[in-house]
Design a protein around this ligand. Sequence first.
Ligand code: ATP
Length: 433
Amino acid sequence: MRCLIVGGGGREHALAWKMAQSPAVESLLIAPGNGGTAAMAAASAGRVQNVPVKDGDIPGLMALVARERIDLVVAGPELPLTLGLADACAAAGVPCFGPVQAAARLEGSKIFAKEAMVDAGVPTAGFAVFDDADAARAHVLAHSVPMVIKADGLAAGKGVVVAKTHEEALEAVDAMLVQHCFGEAGARVLIEDALAGEEASLLALCDGEHVVPLPACQDHKAIYDGDTGPNTGGMGAYSPAPILPDASLQAMCDLAITPIVRLMAQRGTPFKGVLYAGLMFVDGQPFVLEYNVRFGDPECQPLMTRLDCDLPAVLLACCEGRLAPDMLAIRPESALCLVLAAGGYPGSYDTGKAIAGLDAAGTVPGVTVFHAGTRLEHGQVQTSGGRVLGVTALGADLAQARDQAYTAAAHIEFDGKYCRSDIGMKGLRRLGL
Ligand code: ATP
């Protein structure tokens, strides 16, 4: 099988690492890939290759698919899906793991997702929709804080403001509806009731009809310890997440994911790919905060580490509508991914810093270092983004996975290296450790 992975982050390195383990994969292209997939390519005798085509360049990707006679396209990030990559693949008769544009709106439009949740009976926070600033301001002033203001469209993870005061809420409304700081993506806003509780990620594979849950994960979005400071793309993740034990996965999936998959099928836009529900547990009761239409980054890294089956076979089954629960095998161990970021992230940061210690980190038992913002320059790995590496460890339990990941991370050096010191602690506390 000739496969193409679209994207260039830690998630895509983890997908490439798992895909490359399959004997069915004759060649594996990553567009555009990163320094980690470049290192895989260098060691692969031509089987793995980075290709300099951007993830949002649909014509460029389709030209690559045709030229390389690709048999399976795997979309990493949401951007190509919201731009219609799966539709273009369908037109070309090539299986694509990821939903068509009409189903990718579950992530591309928060209002579309909320309305789908209401239609499908999925529990979610109360909300109202506005495109008029005066009406939005009146709503803010008539309701108590905290409240959450969300830009409708994709805003690179910056379109959500949890406002603690009316002033903050009014500022967010002004930024989105008057100053148009997110352009079209903020032309409509959601104003949502704020929920207080613990978050978890539930991801499930879908083939348009059948839904198979993956083990639960927990992400760490804030930059600093104790979940403080600005939100990031994610500073670490682990799986399983004690807040959502394996025994409750199916029931949670039936509540948060299957109704949406049924709704999309009824609407004639079946969802194929991985559907990710961002959950908030309020006094034990789950609410869906949002949907993503792809693997989470960094949740994908621990998930790929725990996956114990042939990934391309499972992804192809999703594309072809023949997904079955027994296709999935998961290792019983725990996995934890610790993100090493560039100093200053999620604000401005330097790039081009040499990274040392990768080989030593890789010798720690159970550890795989997935690259995110890196590039390979003249044989040397350098930083090229805010989230640089995802040091991922498989251990007998969460405590061991955490120890191994931190031990490995201590071997890695680059100017400005930053990581949180409490990744996994929430899970350990819940386990009473
Ligand atoms: P990402 O790009 O990281 O997936 P996003 O920009 O799509 O995020 P959401 O996931 O909807 O936006 O929200 C980001 C964060 O804001 C959530 O993880 C959660 O911490 C907080 N949040 C969102 N909705 C609510 C809510 N109703 N109540 C409290 N907090 C919320």
